[in-house]
Design a protein around this ligand. Structure first.
Ligand code: ARG
Ligand code: ZN
Length: 467
């Protein structure tokens, strides 16, 4: 029988059936059709995520000791079956699993590379809700993947951990359906040695409790979140909390060596979040924030509610980029990685909009500066199809941003900005595709924009100049 891959949420991209292949199971016969697929169906990342179920909620209880680098975790995952399941997978990279239960009953499990294959003791039928609990421990190993991804996932530091998981590093610290097309809410309970701070997404739901030299921090992200945006960044941090002018709670934290940047991070984060809410529509989450760790990653990541900056004090344009991602990437998520321009093109365009707002340079001048360089390799890289081997290529960022500027010039500001607000409103907390954006742009503007989008997103050459 056909294997149905996970249909994560309304509006999600239909997973490619070709990728939804059940793991080889000689002689499984009738049961073969009810094994959850080892991948969710992303054509470029075939083993990322899993088929057969849709996660609703992660409850993560974690304890981390920077001295031994040992993580001990107990993860409870509430999910809904989207097919009958005799077995299903979670993604988990390394770490030793000691026990798995499904709805409280012992379950069988095996490991196959980064797949944790679970055989529930009971029958799970299409539509059932079930809870799978996994106890595990070990020294997390970050991903050190292909081309331009560098090191990501759970990265230990001398005093804690720097945790940035895009695109598929959540599996380095918790068993997950590690793909942005299956979003869920999260509870975190993180225990670290006394004196350290544990930072996760959303808001703290109580005062940290210290007992026997250890402090436990409790965080909750009550809005749906993609697994790559989850964090448990820990270490020695200085923290400032308060609210923005519009009354949104702000949580800013910096490693000791960045103490001089705490107030600026706090202030700019509040100011920029408030400004974006006038440009992009209402802020989608319950708090904003930022974290500067002293791990020199050289990049930032838009962790939900708390972008993280790896070893540098960010310019306001970078804060503007990461906060724009709260709308583009975090609230509206992509269903497959090749659509990444919907995150990075929009966030890069937001840098230009912020620079213009702050009186530094105009979006138009940024566009023209890039356009002028006919030899830029980005003209050979159509950003509408981000490549797995070069996911974060400059075309995805800069040519993606140029696409939005070309669109803005074509339809005018009086259509462009309402379009953006309609986009974030119609798909809030959902999963989006490029085709949906093109369709909405045509509807809002009343224009046929197929050629414009084709030239900017899908052709391996520099488009004709804009007027
Ligand atoms: N989304 C991030 C940003 O542009 C980039 C993440 C890079 N990821 C990586 N594994 N190097 O803000
Ligand atoms: Zn970005």
């Amino acid at each position: 029988g056909a294997v149905t891959a996970c249909a994560p949420s309304e509006g999600a991209v239909a997973p490619s059936p070709a990728a939804a292949v059940a793991p080889a199971s000689p002689g499984a016969g009738a049961s073969r059709g009810t094994m959850g697929a080892p991948g969710i169906g992303d054509p470029d990342f075939p083993s990322d995520g899993n088929g057969g179920y849709d996660v609703q909620h992660y409850d993560l209880r974690l304890s981390y000791d920077p001295a031994s680098r040992k993580l001990a975790g107990s993860a409870t995952i509430e999910a809904k079956a989207v097919q009958d399941l005799t077995s299903f997978d979670l993604d988990l990279h390394g770490l030793a699993v000691s026990r798995v239960t499904v709805d409280g009953g012992a379950a069988g499990f095996t490991r196959n590379k980064d797949e944790l294959v679970i055989e529930p003791g009971r029958r799970i039928s299409n539509g059932d809700r079930f809870a799978v609990a996994v106890d595990y421990s070990g020294v997390p190993e970050p991903m050190r993947d292909s081309a331009n991804l560098g090191k990501y996932g759970f990265i230990s530091t001398p005093d804690g951990a720097f945790v940035t998981c895009e695109p598929n590093g959540a599996k380095t610290w918790f068993p997950s359906n590690d793909h942005p097309s299956d979003k869920a809410t999260y509870d975190f309970q993180i225990t670290v040695p006394e004196g350290l701070t544990a930072i996760a997404n959303g808001e703290m739901t109580g005062t940290p409790q210290t007992k026997a030299g250890k402090t436990t921090f409790v965080w909750r992200e009550k809005h749906p979140m993609a697994s790559y945006l989850a964090t448990m960044t820990t270490g020695k941090f200085q923290v400032r909390t308060g609210t923005s002018d519009k009354g949104l709670p702000i949580y800013a934290a910096v490693a000791d060596s960045f103490h001089g940047s705490l107030d600026q991070l706090f202030t700019e984060t509040g100011k920029i979040t408030d400004y974006w809410s006038t440009v992009f529509g209402p802020y989608p989450f319950s708090s904003t924030g930022g974290v500067i760790d002293d791990y020199a990653a050289g990049y930032a990541l838009e962790n939900q509610t708390k972008p993280i900056y790896g070893g540098f004090s960010p310019e306001p344009t970078i804060i503007a980029h990461e906060l724009a991602h709260q709308w583009f990437g975090d609230s509206l998520s992509i269903g497959r990685w090749r659509d990444l321009w919907l995150n990075e093109g929009f966030a890069t365009y937001a840098e230009w909009l912020w620079a213009e707002h702050a009186g530094q340079y105009t979006a138009d001048s940024a566009f023209r500066r890039y356009y002028a360089n006919a030899a830029d390799p980005m003209w050979n890289y159509p950003p509408g199809t981000a490549r797995a081997s070069d996911l974060f290529g400059s075309a995805v960022y800069n040519r993606g941003a140029m696409t939005l500027h070309a669109l803005r010039r074509e339809i005018g500001d009086d259509k462009f900005f309402p379009l953006i607000r309609e986009w974030t409103n119609a798909h809030r907390y959902g999963t989006v595709t490029t085709q949906e954006f093109i369709a909405l742009a045509e509807r809002v503007s009343g224009k046929n924009l197929k050629e414009l989008f084709d030239a900017w997103l899908f052709q391996p050459r520099r488009p004709a100049p804009i007027t």
